[in-house]
Write a protein that binds this ligand. Structure first.
Ligand SMILES: [Zn+2]
Ligand SMILES: [Zn+2]
Length: 465
């Protein structure tokens, strides 16, 4: 061994010397035998293990590297240590090699910190852990104070420079390294866990922090809350969901009396108001199991899920919600309970038969015997082209729907009272009017009489809630 010859060896030579040291005296055969025996007893490291120091050398030769990034090269090894601890171990090990007299081809700046504080910024993390990350941590904690939460998760968006450095570090140690994102997430997360006694949760955290290193800010968003229930709509002229004013697109203008809404109110608006107040949220989305037209009442409970965005509070007082919503004269709710995002899909898949009550006014008198023709529609399959009133916003298709039952009685010369039970998705107004021949057969067609006016209610929704 001649590793005392100052400046003549690089670290690769040293490592290969260490590897050969114990077996120098042995014959080739003897050496192999000995290695096999030691490996069998778990005492000898394989070649792959020496690569660890080589990885460190490759990285350190790129410039000054902090302990945190040096450790990050081996984040998947030595479970239970922080990356900073891993980095110290590796740097000290290499320092021993240097102290022993070997002067490897290494960027010296990386070992100054053993004697003095390094003055240059880390090549890989650009020193974001010195000031930026602590200040983003404080920002995250300050922002979280207005939220009620038990679990949380931190995510990171890298800027382009850090993104490139991250790829560079991963290429040096593809098997053992982790992304700087993990280090940022953990650094901020550990602090929040410690100070607020909250849990990190990967699947469905109550609160999500995004450390945005492009803008150097932290944004916070809470998990949406979903509330299931059934509603009745007892008045006409109310849409199911809120429509933005067409003039101002929801911002508020003279035309909409600064409400931002096209219709003064909606089922959504009446239901959401006390919920948004209670959960301290600004926005909801309303998912109904089908919908009735603006001018149609719904006298049986229709299922819905209301989704509350970014709520600051998560504790729902259902009793209070009943009291507050049901004060309304036009909308009533029932069976409120907490739901989840997945429930929306099953709600949308529900296909319930429905029963409608209609009062139809015809252009000509309707004879008593004509009503028999209406009964003939019972059990028939009708063909409906997409109604003219919606064809400009929906695909023009033909659908077949079954009319399960139909009853009719005369109220006056031109007024007929109808009770119609039909399959989910039937266009009932068009079943009555014929929609200029686009729905066949229709009540108008069998009566040979045009319809002037229809007043319609949903009276029963099959399946119930
Ligand atoms: Zn670093
Ligand atoms: Zn407006």
């Amino acid at each position: 061994m001649n590793n005392n010859t100052a400046g003549s060896k690089n670290i690769r030579a040293l490592l290969s010397a260490i590897r050969n040291m114990s077996t120098d005296a042995d014959s080739i055969n003897g050496q192999e035998k000995n290695e096999d025996r030691l490996k069998g007893e778990g005492l000898l490291l394989g070649k792959r293990d020496y690569d660890i120091l080589q990885i460190a050398i490759d990285a350190l030769n790129q410039g000054y590297m902090c302990d945190r990034c040096l450790g990050r090269l081996f984040a998947k090894l030595l479970h239970g240590l922080s990356n900073e601890q891993r980095g110290k171990i590796v740097r000290d090990a290499l320092a021993l090699v240097i102290e022993s007299g070997c002067e490897p081809d290494l960027y010296n700046g990386n070992f100054q910190s053993i004697i003095m504080e390094s003055t240059s910024a880390c090549t890989f993390c650009l020193d974001i852990f010195k000031e930026l990350i602590p200040s983003l941590t404080l920002e995250a904690m300050a922002k979280s104070r207005s939220y009620e939460f038990t679990s949380f998760l931190v995510g990171t968006r890298l800027n382009s420079e850090l993104f490139k450095k991250d790829i560079q570090l991963n290429q040096i140690s593809p098997d053992y390294s982790e992304s700087i994102k993990e280090e940022v997430n953990r650094t901020i997360g550990k602090r929040i866990e410690l100070v607020y006694q909250k849990q990190v949760e990967h699947k469905e955290p109550d609160l999500f922090f995004l450390a945005d290193l492009q803008k150097n800010i932290v944004s916070v968003e809470s998990k949406n809350v979903y509330i299931y229930g059934g509603y009745k709509k007892l008045a006409r002229g109310i849409p199911q969901t809120t429509w933005n004013c067409k003039v101002c697109n929801g911002r508020g203008c003279k035309k909409c009396k600064w409400t931002g809404r096209f219709y003064r109110t909606s089922v959504q608006h009446i239901i959401e108001k006390p919920i948004l107040d209670q959960l301290s949220s600004a926005q909801s989305s309303f998912h109904g199991a089908g919908r009735e037209d603006v001018d149609v009442r719904c006298l049986d409970y229709r299922q819905f899920i209301i989704e509350i965005f970014n709520p600051k509070k998560r504790t729902v007082d259902l009793e209070r919600l009943y009291r507050e919503i049901n004060k309304s004269k036009s909308v009533q709710v029932s069976k409120l309970k907490l739901a989840s995002k997945g429930d929306i899909a099953s709600l949308k898949e529900e296909r319930c038969d429905k029963t409608y009550h209609a009062v139809a006014t015809f252009v000509k008198d309707v004879g008593e015997s004509d009503l028999l023709k209406v009964f003939s529609l019972k059990g028939t399959l009708i063909r409906q082209k997409t109604p003219l009133r919606v064809v400009n916003r929906r695909a023009d298709i033909v659908r077949e729907r079954k009319i399960r039952d139909i009853e009719a009685k005369k109220l006056s010369a031109r007024k007929v009272d109808l009770l119609i039970e039909c399959e989910a998705g039937t266009y009932v107004k068009e079943l009555i009017s014929g929609d200029k021949g686009r729905t066949r057969p229709s009540i108008s067609e069998v009566l040979d009489n045009d319809v002037k006016k229809i007043v319609l209610d949903v009276v029963k929704i099959g399946g119930g809630i």
